[in-house]
Write a protein that binds this ligand. Structure first.
Ligand SMILES: [Zn+2]
Ligand SMILES: [Zn+2]
Length: 209
């Protein structure tokens, strides 16, 4: 039996593997907040840190269609509500109410899926499609929120390769906290970044920390 989202082999009967469940959990948890954040990105340049004050003073800029579409009836809310609806259908439940503001509907649909995540992961036959579609949606939303994310530099890899220190530059890819050396594969959790950035790894005390 394999995960229906990523095809990884499963050691017990289920629809999704643990990493795919975790990813779905995180994305469903984050999407309502990201929906709210998108309002700040409706105008080009608004995300560049000009702030609201600069926006009022300048002539109105055109609205970004891609952001508008994502926040409109056929966007995030449609994906979440149709999956919640399909899930309730598969469980033999009635259809969920779709009422209130768009914000409330996004939140209600995401929560409705989240509280049924265990069942989805174990039993929902469309779980693989659900997980993949939510992953695509979250990637699109993230791209709108952060169109050109700069990778953050945290210093050089301090891994001891036997006769040498690796020394390859390390970057935090935008939107993650995963720092992995591209040269030697050593991983650095966030609590080590400051040590790396200050170069303290070069000293024996630093290396031992
Ligand atoms: Zn998987
Ligand atoms: Zn390295």
């Amino acid at each position: 039996m394999n995960c229906t989202a990523c095809t990884r082999p499963l050691d017990h009967a289920a629809q999704l593997c643990a990493p795919c469940v975790r990813g779905l959990d995180v994305r469903l948890t984050e999407l309502p907040g990201q929906y709210l954040l998108l309002v700040d990105h409706l105008r080009p340049g608004a995300a560049r840190g000009d702030g609201p004050v600069a926006l009022v003073r300048e002539a109105p800029l055109p609205v970004r269609e891609d952001v508008l579409t994502m926040r409109a009836e056929g966007g995030i809310v449609a994906v979440l509500e149709s999956w919640r609806s399909a899930m309730q259908d598969a469980r033999g439940w009635g259809q969920p109410a779709r009422s209130g503001s768009m914000e409330r509907r996004v939140l209600a649909a995401a929560r409705g899926l989240l509280i049924n995540l265990d069942w989805v992961a174990a039993e929902f036959e469309a779980a693989g499609d659900l997980a993949r579609e939510i992953r695509t949606l979250a990637a699109q939303v993230n791209a709108l929120l952060d169109p050109a994310p700069p990778a953050l530099s945290v210093g050089d890899c301090a891994a001891d390769l036997g006769d040498d220190i690796c020394g390859a530059p390390l970057r935090v890819p935008a939107g993650t906290t995963d720092v992995r050396c591209r040269r030697c594969g050593t991983e650095y959790p966030p609590h080590m970044w400051m040590t790396l950035a200050t170069g303290a790894w070069a000293t024996p005390e630093g290396a031992a920390a």
